[in-house]
Design a protein around this ligand. Structure first.
Ligand code: F3S
Length: 394
């Protein structure tokens, strides 16, 4: 039986406005479904379901209703939208789509949401600490928060994350509780991982084998933040994984499971083979899934400096707006854009309305391959970042 404190009861009774009541109804319904005993405060929220391409008119109506009197109570950031909010025309987005996308972002802004529009909120200031209770949507960020940071969040949906933002609480169940954060299967990695593409393939292999169980990964001596965000994105995409432990790298507090699986070099190559479509005609190259860090952008700017993107190819490097602003200051933006590539903020190749525009995508991201095939019907090839850039330029 879910017990409510007086302020929570007041929200549910509509004493804090209509949107807050609706939000509290969502939170308490979830609490009851999952057997929570109480609600707990959250310090940070990440909302997904922002692209008009995915939301459509019904989603926008829901948001507009909530925005009539809803106000966020905690730090709240936003997932990617369907377009760069300031530069959409140059990226081939239609004015009709832009108008609707702006209505979506305006509704969030009216509620006090920071319109960061990124799936890597932890790179731009929404960074919880170990053990902190948060309510995040966006499966890659959820996996990163639980695993790499050690914060605690369930895989929220768009409405439930917004509900947590408007009430400042979430129901205590799932990954908020110690007993649900214990590793269930050990994965011994006996392969050399060289970059974000390989870490994405590892996430794909483990995701496909694990089916939502929590992995304990061993055999990796070094992984960058960028490697880990790639792993998180594909483990979540291919296996619904919301959390893993990685020996020596994540702040693990878990017993090591006895059940052991091995991931070999051959397994990774098989996974690569699954994402490589034979004879794919590559006309689109996209890097930045999850959104690129400033370090990745610096490297790509160096690779593109003085080069020219080949005729017939479109190149997107996708990132958060604050990161793009920094890239402008550092001169990386100019180096990238002078080559003919685009540094796109606020959006990504999966949530932008790109269906029908391209035939084949080359990317370093296993997650991007999944959505390119499923949503946009593109052929795909997964390659290291350096090779993606080589493919793009003459
Ligand atoms: Fe982020 Fe879009 Fe990839 S939301 S994780 S860049 S599919």
């Amino acid at each position: 039986m879910l017990e409510l404190k007086p302020e929570e009861r007041a929200m549910l009774d509509g004493k804090r406005g209509k949107a807050t009541r609706k939000a509290m109804e969502i939170i308490t319904s979830l609490g009851e479904i999952y057997g929570a005993k109480r609600l707990i405060p959250v310090s940070s929220v990440q909302i997904a379901g922002v692209s008009y391409d995915n939301l459509g008119e019904p989603g926008l109506e829901f948001l507009s209703d909530m925005a009539v009197d809803g106000q966020v109570r905690v730090l709240t950031t936003l997932n990617p939208a369907g377009m760069d909010l300031e530069d959409w025309e140059r990226h081939g987005i239609s004015p009709d789509f832009a108008k609707n996308q702006e209505r979506v972002v305006d509704a969030f802004a009216k509620m006090g949401v920071m319109t960061t529009c990124t799936c890597t909120p932890y790179l731009v200031g929404n960074l919880p600490h170990y053990g902190e209770h948060i309510a995040w949507a966006e499966s890659s960020a959820v996996c990163f928060a639980n695993s790499v940071i050690g914060a605690r969040t369930n895989r929220e949906g768009g409405p439930s994350a917004l509900a947590a933002a408007l009430t400042g609480v979430t129901a205590e169940y799932g990954f908020h509780l110690d007993e649900n954060r214990v590793a269930e299967v050990k994965y011994e990695v006996r392969a050399i991982l060289r970059g974000t593409d390989d870490f994405g393939l590892l996430g794909q292999v483990i995701g496909e084998r694990t089916n939502k169980a929590i992995p304990f990964i061993t055999g990796i001596s070094k992984a960058t933040t960028e490697d880990l965000k790639s792993l998180c994105a594909s483990a979540a995409t291919y296996g619904g994984i919301a959390m893993f432990h990685m020996e020596g790298i994540t702040p693990s507090r878990t017993a090591i499971p006895e059940k052991t699986e091995v991931v070999s070099q051959e397994d990774l190559e098989k996974a690569r083979g699954k994402l490589d479509d034979k004879g794919a005609e590559i006309d689109f190259i996209s890097i930045g899934c999850p959104h690129a860090s400033i370090g990745e952008i610096a490297q790509i700017a160096t690779m593109l400096d003085g080069k020219t993107v080949k005729n017939g190819k479109t190149v997107w490097i996708t990132t958060a707006r604050p990161t793009k602003d920094l890239a402008v200051k550092m001169g990386y933006y100019d180096k990238i854009e002078r080559s003919g590539a685009f540094l796109v903020s606020d959006a990504c190749c999966a949530v932008a309305p790109l269906k029908g525009r391209f035939k084949g995508l080359m990317t370093d991201s296993a997650k991007a391959c999944f959505y390119a095939r499923g949503k946009n019907k593109f052929k795909t090839e997964i390659r290291p970042v350096e090779q993606c850039i080589r493919e793009a330029v003459s």
